[in-house]
Write a protein that binds this ligand. Structure first.
Ligand SMILES: Cc1ncc(COP(=O)(O)O)c(C=O)c1O
Length: 393
């Protein structure tokens, strides 16, 4: 028998940011939280059992990453995405957000420009600024008719020409809105970056969660140029609901970039593995393939449920249907509310904690991001609360 995704687990008091930071983030605690991107499903049992087994050993000393850990990553990427990774191209990184900051510090100087494509995952906007770099925007284009986004490669070329950025940060697939980028767009982006001497960081944390038959393309696989100008980050953390373990890795095919980046990482021991990370990753990548497929089917049904409910009951809010992951980007502009009233509607009227679209940068105004990696009963409850609040506007 597989795992029952309908099971409701109370996370309050476990130290989960999802449930235990509501007062601090939203000013009240009586909210149904569907915001930060981790799921309400139990971390798969093979991962928990592998961790428990390791914890049973009486000594938690320094630990080496076994060769089987590296091979589990290589095997997973080969079987899931047809991506052949050479062992020497791989390194551990202690979190992708940190990894992005390391790249910025290693390859750019204060004041340099970093291209981002908003609306996009907040740390892409905050990290460059917090590190004294400047943002260069290449906003995504929203197509009203199909209710979907595409990349603006013409504008990217213009931004590269005008602003001489050093780095571009790509969310592949894209958070929010769950866009799985077509291989041609990625290859086109790589060509432009190559022409203007821009390094691409491809953040592929959502890569293993393509929905509806969409096919994810690891950035280095789309062309030799893409492989040559990029640093790619990935992790089992989102897919297998183990973000608190902190386990991610990077792949750098270009020897010059690799040597510089891995020397930087080594100089601060940033690439040292933690023993629970390697244990959990290996279990995820060798024993949880079926759990992933079951989880994705359940999430896909949640996505359908949200899209259908909004269409039938709350026409002022449109869901941008994700092609990947468990986050649904809600276009709430049809409600005609300004920012304060929109937040008041969700937080104080509907008693929901979702992510405020404005935090995702230009183009995020009037949007909210809803996490649907949860039992359907929670999603139904959230939509009913929202419907009631909208009706009473
Ligand atoms: C696009 C993207 N990158 C990175 C992260 C977080 O990565 P980490 O926890 O490894 O820093 C998230 C989490 O939501 C994400 O959506």
């Amino acid at each position: 028998m597989g795992y029952c995704f309908d099971k409701v687990i109370d996370r309050r008091g476990s130290g989960a940011i999802m449930t235990d930071c509501l007062k601090e983030r939203y000013g009240r605690e009586d909210l149904l939280p569907l915001w930060i991107a981790d799921m309400y499903f139990e971390t798969p049992s093979p991962i928990r059992e592998a961790i428990e087994k390791r914890l049973d050993h009486q000594i938690y000393g320094y630990a080496v990453a076994p060769e089987s850990y590296w091979q589990s990553i290589i095997g997973w990427e080969r079987s899931t995405h047809g991506w052949e990774i050479a062992r020497e191209h791989l390194s551990f990184i202690p979190g992708i957000v940190r990894g992005i900051a390391f790249v910025l510090r290693c390859f750019t100087e204060p004041g340099d420009r970093v291209v981002v494509q908003p609306p996009v995952y907040m740390p892409f906007l905050n990290l460059p600024v917090a590190n004294g770099r400047r943002l260069a925007y290449n906003p995504l284009i929203f197509d009203e008719a199909s209710c979907s986004y595409r990349m603006d490669l013409d504008n990217l070329e213009e931004v590269c020409r005008r602003e001489s950025p050093k780095v571009l940060i790509l969310s592949n697939p894209h958070n929010p809105a769950g866009i799985v980028w077509p291989a041609e767009d990625l290859a086109g982006l790589a060509d432009i970056c190559h022409r203007y001497g821009v390094m691409a960081i491809s953040d592929e944390i959502h890569a293993d969660m393509a929905l509806s038959g969409a096919v994810h393309h690891p950035f280095p696989t789309v062309s030799d140029t893409a492989a040559d100008i990029s640093i790619t980050f990935a992790a089992p953390s989102k897919t297998f609901n183990m973000a608190g373990i902190v386990s991610s890795f990077c792949v750098v095919p270009n020897p010059a970039i690799r040597e510089k980046f891995y020397r930087y990482m080594e100089s601060c021991e940033l690439n040292s593995t933690m023993f629970l990370s390697t244990v959990a990753t290996e279990a995820a990548f060798t024993q949880c393939a079926q759990w992933r497929l079951d989880m994705l089917s359940y999430v896909e049904e949640n996505v359908d449920f949200v899209c259908n409910y909004l269409r039938d009951h709350i026409p002022g809010i449109r869901a941008v249907r994700p092609q990947a992951s468990f986050l649904v980007w809600l276009d709430c502009r049809g409600l005609g509310l300004d920012h304060d009233r929109l937040i008041d509607l969700f937080v104080n009227k509907a008693r929901l904690a979702l992510n405020d679209g404005e935090a995702f940068g230009p183009g995020g105004e009037g949007h909210m991001r809803m996490n649907v990696g949860a039992p359907r009963s929670m999603i139904a409850e959230a939509l009913e609360r929202l419907n009631k609040a909208v009706t009473e506007l």
